[in-house]
Design a protein around this ligand. Sequence first.
Ligand SMILES: Cc1cc2nc3c(=O)[nH]c(=O)nc-3n(C[C@H](O)[C@H](O)[C@H](O)COP(=O)(O)OP(=O)(O)OC[C@H]3O[C@@H](n4cnc5c(N)ncnc54)[C@H](O)[C@@H]3O)c2cc1C
Length: 412
Amino acid sequence: MGLPARVPLIRRLPVLIVGGGLSGFTSALSLHRAGIRNNIITRETKFTQHARSGVFLGGSSIRILDRLGLGPQYRSLGTPLYRAVIEDVNGKEIISFRLDDYGMEVWNVPRQNLQQLLLESIPPDSVHFGTKFRALHISDGSAHVKVQQALDRSGQLIEPKAAYFESKFVVGADGNNSAVRSFMSRPAMTFYSGTSIWRAVVQNQDTEKYPLHIGKEVWGLKKRFGFARMSPDEVVWWAVLTDLPEVLLRPFAPHLLREFSDFPEITKDLILSIESDRSIYRTEMKRVWPEQFPWVDPSSSRIALVGDAGRPEHFGNLHSGHSFAVEDGYFLAHHLAEQNEKGMLRTGPKLGRYQESRQEQMIATKQYSARLDRLSLPQSRIQRYCVRKLLHISFERMALHGTGPRIPMFQA
Ligand SMILES: Cc1cc2nc3c(=O)[nH]c(=O)nc-3n(C[C@H](O)[C@H](O)[C@H](O)COP(=O)(O)OP(=O)(O)OC[C@H]3O[C@@H](n4cnc5c(N)ncnc54)[C@H](O)[C@@H]3O)c2cc1C
């Protein structure tokens, strides 16, 4: 397919990234660092989506930000977490550990600040806000990406217009319901897993009740409520419900108050501290079929997925989505840079390794998450002791190997 005559070509470039979330921006910045020109398209007209939420980054993702030269600024934006605690609804401790005992460095930062930091780190004309991915066609070694633009050059809203990009490689960083994924030759299907998460950031200065540097969760059967301080003035909370018989519609707060009525008072306090019901965001956890599907398009060799697009199945337990988004973006860029050095900006053995290593890591996380889940089941003290021991061993392994492969350097 050539470019249709009346549809304007916006740009011809080596890599086009679809999606302006954490995975898209990390891919873009990493590719720039490797000297590979790229652009991001994102459907939002500016950063608004879930702007007031917290981002937990830990493990390799922080070391990646260090490699990209953003570590000090990143750390200045938020609050470190030193300890994670899980209690039952009666306040009895299920598990508690110091994160640095396992070599984990975890920070909780406001999402909009991190997004801004990433935006300022890449060339300003390489991000196209208000530009929605519509379709993708590969021919003659190039990808033609059809988009719909809703902003003019000066950033003013316009009647959406069709346009094209032409690139050698397309990165699908467009989240859970990825449209790019559906253009892979073996696309995966997603469906609701029965678990939903509600999240909000609330104003709160009570550091005695909600201390700095501690992430806490309270676990009931098929229910969890957690919180962590993001700054001396703000607390981020999350509520997880599994196997709900009905879909909960807005307003969310009354439903959550009812579902968590047997939880400690702090839960109710935090839910009632929201500015308005609109400040609560709900995310549906997905299941995916087939469980393992290619992240690098096997037939065209010119499309790869990063972040939630490649991992629509979330593991709410370990707050891993943000970290994976950063790691995926960096590792894909690194493998692409190695391919590019050989003049082949497309799949090769290096990209195969990207896929293998990321999937290995996803399977490990799934196992850890399932072990953690087992702690919430009613069980004897001895059973709980065994699960706890197993978890400590898992965390130690995670600390030993990092959450991903060794972090390589770019040779730009
Ligand atoms: C409110 C909230 C709180 C969360 N809290 C946590 C947490 O505490 N810990 C954790 O680890 N994870 C959390 N997550 C999950 C985490 O946000 C994701 O795992 C992570 O952000 C994935 O990043 P991503 O870049 O892959 O996708 P996303 O952040 O979803 O970004 C996808 C981007 O693609 C754009 N896009 C989508 N479709 C198109 C299209 N057709 N054309 C153009 N652009 C498109 C979207 O507008 C968006 O900018 C949370 C999610 C939400 C919604």
